[in-house]
Write a protein that binds this ligand. Structure first.
Ligand code: PAF
Length: 299
C-alpha cells in the first residue's frame, strides 16, 4: 500500500487532516498549497492538535505532481483553476471532499476519473502549519447509480488510514444534503457573527434556516435529486452537535477572506432560477454575504 502516492490538492485545514492521517498510515503523500501555509509546511512541517497530537515532516509544493490518487480540498471558487493545473499532470483518481455544489461537475470537465465525495470530519487552521482535528466524522465516496472501482480504491486508502469512509452510489443526494446544512448554518453564523448553536437557539434565525432548507428541498425535488433524510432534522442535529464551533464561513469572514457562498446559497439560487423554483431567501442571504465580502474588500 505504501507504494501509492496520494496528493492533497489544497493544503488547508481539511486537506492537511486527510493528508496527515494517510501519511501516518505509511502512504507517500504530497501536499499542494500556497502562501504562508505552504511556507510553514516546508519549513517546520505539519502539526496536528486536538483529537490527535502529532508533528509530521511533509513534502509540500506549489504545483501538482503525478499521483495515484489526488484528494481535492481547495475552496470551491478555486476548483476550476485546480482542475486546469491537475489536467497538466497524471493526477490519477481525483476525489473531491469540497463543500458546495458543482465541484464534481467542474472537475469532470477537465479530468477523466473523478470520484465525488462529502465529509463530515471537522478541522480548522490554528495558524500556518498547525491544524486542529476538531471532530471525527464520516466520508462518503462515489458517483450516482454505481459504485466504481475508483471509489473503492479511495475508500481503501482512507479506511487503511483509520478514517470512517464508505463507498456510495448516491453521491449527489449526499453532496446536496451537506450543501443544505451549509446553506442553513454558515451564512447566518457569518452575518450575525455567532457560533453554530445560535441557528437553533435563536428563533428568528431558525425561521430563516427553515426557509433556506425548504427552498433547497423544492429545488432538489425539481432536479430529481433524491432526498434521503429529513433535512430539517439534519440541520438541527448538526447545529446542536457543533454548537460551540465557528462555521467555516464565519472563520473566512473573521480572517478577511472570500467565502464559499457563491457555491452554496448562491448556487441554490442560480439553479432555482434556471429550474423555475422560488429561492428568494437563498438569493437574499447570498447577496448579504456578498455585501459583507465586498464592503470589507475581501474580494
Ligand atoms: O462549513 C462548516 O463549518 C461545517 O460544514 C458545518 C457542518 C456547518 C459545521 O460548522
Amino acid at each position: 500500500m505504501a507504494e501509492q502516492k496520494i496528493q492533497i490538492m489544497g493544503a488547508g485545514a481539511i486537506g492537511c487532516l486527510f493528508g496527515a492521517m494517510v501519511q501516518l498510515a505509511g502512504y507517500d503523500v504530497v501536499f499542494v498549497g500556497r502562501g504562508e501555509q505552504l511556507k510553514a509546511l516546508q519549513n517546520t512541517g505539519l502539526q496536528i492538535t486536538g483529537l490527535i497530537n502529532t508533528k509530521l515532516e511533509v513534502v509540500a509544493t506549489d504545483k501538482p505532481v503525478d499521483a495515484d490518487i489526488t484528494i481535492v480540498s481547495v475552496k470551491s471558487y478555486d476548483t476550476e483553476n485546480a482542475a486546469q493545473l491537475l489536467s497538466r499532470v497524471d493526477c490519477g483518481i481525483t476525489f473531491t471532499i469540497q463543500n458546495g455544489i458543482g465541484n464534481l461537475e467542474i472537475l469532470s470537465m477537465y479530468l477523466d476519473t473523478v470520484v465525488g465525495g462529502v465529509t463530515t470530519y471537522g478541522a480548522n487552521l490554528v495558524k500556518p502549519g498547525t491544524v486542529n482535528f476538531a471532530g471525527e466524522g464520516i466520508t462518503y465516496a462515489g458517483n450516482d447509480g454505481f459504485v466504481s472501482r475508483e471509489a473503492e480504491a479511495v475508500v481503501k486508502v482512507l479506511v487503511d488510514s483509520g478514517m470512517n469512509c464508505q463507498a456510495v452510489d448516491n453521491i449527489s443526494s449526499r453532496i446536496w444534503s451537506k450543501a443544505i446544512v451549509n446553506a442553513a448554518i454558515n451564512p447566518l453564523t457569518a452575518i450575525c457573527r455567532v457560533r453554530n448553536g445560535s441557528v437553533v437557539e435563536i428563533n428568528e434565525l431558525w425561521e430563516i434556516a427553515e426557509a433556506i432548507i425548504e427552498e433547497g428541498e423544492n429545488l432538489m425535488k425539481k432536479m430529481g435529486i433524491r432526498i434521503s433524510q429529513n433535512l430539517r432534522d439534519l440541520v438541527r442535529e448538526v447545529a446542536i452537535k457543533t454548537a460551540k464551533n465557528k462555521s467555516s464561513m464565519l472563520q473566512d469572514i473573521e480572517r478577511g477572506r472570500r467565502t464559499e457562498v457563491d457555491f452554496i446559497n448562491g448556487k441554490i439560487a442560480e439553479l432555482a432560477e434556471k429550474h423555475g423554483v422560488d429561492a428568494r431567501v437563498n438569493r437574499l442571504i447570498a447577496n448579504l454575504v456578498k455585501g459583507v465580502e465586498k464592503s470589507h474588500g475581501f474580494i
